[in-house]
Design a protein around this ligand. Sequence first.
Ligand SMILES: *Cc1c(COP(=O)(O)O)cnc(C)c1O
Length: 378
Amino acid sequence: MKVPLLDLKSQYQSIKEEILKVTEEIFESQYFILGPWVEALEKEIAGYCFSKHAVGVSSGTDALLISLMAADIGPQDTVITTPYTFFATAGSISRVGARPIFVDVDPDTYNISPEGLDNAIAAMTGKERARLRAVIPVHLYGQCADMDPILKIAAEYNLLVIEDAAQAVGAEYREKRAGSMGDFGCFSFFPSKNLGAFGDGGLVTTSSDDFYDKLRILRVHGAHPKYYHSLTGGNFRLDAIQAAIVSIKLKFLDSWTRARQENARKYRELFASSGLADVVRLPVEKENRHIYNQFVISLEEKRDELRLFLDDAGIGTEVYYPVPLHLQKCFSDLDHKKGDFPVAEHAALHSLALPVYPELSDDQQEYVVDKIKAFYGC
Ligand SMILES: *Cc1c(COP(=O)(O)O)cnc(C)c1O
């Protein structure tokens, strides 16, 4: 049996007619960049995320970058984030010239630890605190970070909050949606995200009118009006085709999310009766709307051997992420060493993402758990 980590082909088959229809419309119109399809998507996503505004941009990475630019964060500044995330979260901080400061993650959720955040700021000198401008919590794997204490700490120290919601479109924290709690919410339409385009794309949500205006100007090289530049922006525009495709997919997102949640529930049931309780740690679901962009288990022993074994059995898995960001070569000037963020380092060595995409069948899930049982000899 084949069980890929993600199967976008079957999803495409279910929406093919609508997609072909709208792409043909766009080809006929020859209107490719920004415009009515992008505006329509922005309205829909702002509503979906319980946010006032949305600005379509070129990728999730650019969503982070343009948010930092709109917040005027630059070479004098520092920004706190997690070392256990996709590279772009910290990479964007560096790209505006600011310095990332890492705070370790919670061992249950792998999201930034609010206690760790509080302690890190409390330990700063007055000068260091004055340089600190923002915090970027990441809603990893589709589950929101513990936002109430994070927002409280941010308010106390006058920090902006940029939510990296690239993996968390529609995830909820106490009735609030990812992207609506901070000053900016950054989303990605990379094809492997729960709401994926047919290429790169992204979006920023904000409920601030001022940031909304600034994001729209920065997206087109800082021009307002055209050819008059009071800010230095970039080309952060979203294509009409990508926006139209994402709009179609958005109508199905809740049903796909329910299917992912159902698959997660089914895994829990299968693992509970598998005799693997001592070997496999299941993801901890703390918030009430986890959207399961990934279903990540933790294996105290032989994670890499298991991965090869599953690969031989036709089962796709992935390690998100094998090297925590504080140990990446490009951040060597931050002077970190092994042991600085033990929870993130442990997760990097022991976590494994299993297939959880909506179209996954019961047979496929049983096959995955059976193979893990066979590997550990249970
Ligand atoms: C995917 C992802 C990004 C970057 O999004 P792109 O659209 O690929 O640029 C940023 N942060 C996190 C947590 C992600 O998972």
